[in-house]
Design a protein around this ligand. Structure first.
Ligand code: ADP
Length: 233
């Protein structure tokens, strides 16, 4: 049994003449500790796949299992619990609460789950403990993304799901965020999925899934990169 098993998943929006097959019979597996990059152009079906993996949307057909549990059949209440307890989200634009400090942003996420990790430890892990009393507006883009990673990690999630995590950052800051995700994956064996249209990120994947027109066009494995600094975009 793999950690994640996506089998013959289709997602259709609309019906009849306006029907759109956003995902067309997609299958793949993900093991614990992988750094997966899901790569595709705009309209390929990335967001649809991300929404399904994160329990934000249901499938039209097929099966989505995590740790052997059929998530694909969950009702909306079950999906809410699944999201809350299992998934750490990292977004392109950070989605921090501007009226809360860095530490409070992490603490509020911690307060929503049963067995959170320590908020200050998570800020320490992303190297921002010294900025714990700063508000998001007082932090750079890269620092805000670090806070958002701390917020995702404090839940001790099974899966870290990152939606264009470097999309709003310059190349150098983006690479430092990728390095951080690498460290986390190595230290905690956390499974990281990065959804992106940026093909430079394909090199950092240990598992690359490329999609186009709602179909998987590549599903390959690569060695873990020793030196993330070599990546450029
Ligand atoms: P990507 O994230 O790769 O840009 P999406 O998953 O957003 O791709 O979209 C895949 C396809 O599904 C596109 O053709 C898009 O227009 C369509 N689509 C996405 N969401 C909806 C929706 N809620 N209603 C109708 N069509 C949608």
């Amino acid at each position: 049994m793999s950690f994640i098993e996506i089998e013959n998943v289709s997602k259709i929006y609309g019906e009849g003449a306006t029907e759109v097959k956003a995902l067309d019979n997609v299958s793949f597996k993900i093991e614990k500790g992988e750094i997966v990059v899901i790569l595709g152009a705009s309209g390929a079906g990335k967001s649809t796949l991300l929404n399904i993996l994160g329990g934000m949307d249901n499938l039209t057909s097929g099966s989505y299992k995590m740790d052997g549990e059929e998530v694909g059949n969950y009702n909306s209440k079950e999906l809410e619990n699944f999201r809350r307890n299992n998934i750490g989200f990292v977004f392109q634009f950070y989605n921090l609460m501007n009226n809360l400090t860095a530490l409070e942003n992490v603490e509020i996420a911690a307060s929503l789950v049963k067995n959170p990790l320590s908020s200050i430890d998570m800020l320490e892990k992303v190297d921002l403990a010294k900025r714990k009393n700063n508000y998001p507006g007082e932090l750079s883009g890269g620092e805000q993304q670090r806070v958002s990673i701390a917020r995702a990690l404090v839940k001790n999630p099974k899966l870290l799901l990152c939606d264009e995590p470097t999309g709003a950052l310059d190349s150098k800051t983006g690479i430092s965020i990728i390095k951080l995700l690498y460290e986390i994956s190595r230290e905690e064996n956390t499974t990281v999925i990065i959804v992106t249209h940026n093909s430079s990120l394909k090199d950092i994947a240990t598992h690359l899934i490329r999609i186009a027109d709602g179909k998987i066009i590549e599903n390959t494995y690569q060695e873990k990169k020793e030196n993330v600094d070599e990546i450029k975009w």
